[in-house]
Design a protein. Sequence first.
Length: 117
Amino acid sequence: VQLVESGGGLVQPGGSLRLSCTASGFTFNYYAMSWYRQAPGKERELVAAISSRSSSTNYADSVKGRFTISRDNAKNTVYLQMNSLSPEDTAVYLCYARHRDFSSDYWGQGTQVTVSS
């Protein structure tokens, strides 16, 4: 089982990034997918989540209107489009998969996002 995140990096305030998380080793379309983030000295927090068939999404209040989560089940990939980034968005962003019956879950290793001028 693998969740591999990509797309992180250094971006200026106001900029955009698109994160990707590609899954392997499990039946992707049985799993709800989420993005979490963890900044230094802070607890891990849920950023956005999407149901297994994309019928529902939810977002942290701090990212509503700026971030969009989506998935492509044919590509076993979930995305996080991040716009209007601010230094407060700096964190390691982690991909999380949870089976729709809560029987199993997996974490990716994370990708660093740094927002700085």
